[in-house]
Ligand binder design. Structure first.
Ligand code: GAR
Length: 197
């Protein structure tokens, strides 16, 4: 059984999709903790409603980076996390956490990396930038996480095509559908041992 910790900052629809998909596919993986920087996040509410340990861990509540990283690592170890999934987590993981879980941290990004990634490129900003550039396709990317924003090895991508008159909101909805499919797919590959051995 692969133990997964999910980090999420907001609504938590990727967390929900992952939870649903693991149950439906009978994958040998389970979500052992949900961690959020945002105490009011939908992700934490979903975790509580589904009997998953829900942890609010915010840098603001710690004196320095080192004590915050230590608390994050302690939570991951306490819950036996083997794979870390960033599912709409709007913060960068600190270097000690990345180092401890190297090759076992994945992120879902709402664009076709390496385009539209990096610091400041998250959420609706990504879709606004794609439309402003006049691109005809976008999509979602699941990648390994390293010390840089959105730069680790790409594991899976899929595309959507932009319709005439596409808005950031309508594009976000299309891309989200892809996210909800490819994130569980990659987690399944980890659980089955086809990635990460
Ligand atoms: C998703 O579109 C995710 O790809 C994006 O935030 C949204 C979270 O939605 N993540 C980033 O932009 C991270 N760089 P959710 O809370 O409903 O899963």
């Amino acid at each position: 059984m692969l133990n997964i910790a999910v980090f999420a900052s907001g609504r938590g629809s990727n967390l929900e999709a992952l939870h649903r998909s693991l149950a439906a596919r009978a994958v040998a993986a389970r979500i052992v903790a949900v961690i959020s920087n945002n105490s009011g996040s939908g992700a934490l509410s979903f975790a509580r409603a589904n009997g998953i340990p829900a942890l609010h861990l915010s840098r603001q509540r710690f004196d320095d980076d080192a004590s915050f990283s230590a608390a994050v690592l302690d939570a991951l170890h306490r819950h036996g996390a083997e794979l870390v999934v960033l599912a709409g987590y709007m913060k960068k993981l600190d270097a000690p956490v990345v180092a401890a879980y190297r090759g076992r941290i994945i992120n879902i990004h709402p664009a076709l990396l390496p385009k539209y990634g990096g610091e400041g490129m998250y959420g609706m900003r990504v879709h606004e930038a794609v439309i402003a550039a006049g691109d005809r396709i976008s999509g979602a990317t699941v990648h390994l996480v390293d010390e840089e924003y959105d730069r680790g090895r790409i594991l899976l991508q899929d595309i959507v095509t932009l319709a005439p008159g596409e808005t950031p909101e309508s594009l976000a909805a299309k891309v989200l559908n892809v996210e909800h499919r490819i994130l569980p797919e990659v987690v399944t590959m980890f659980a089955e041992g086809s990635i990460g051995q």
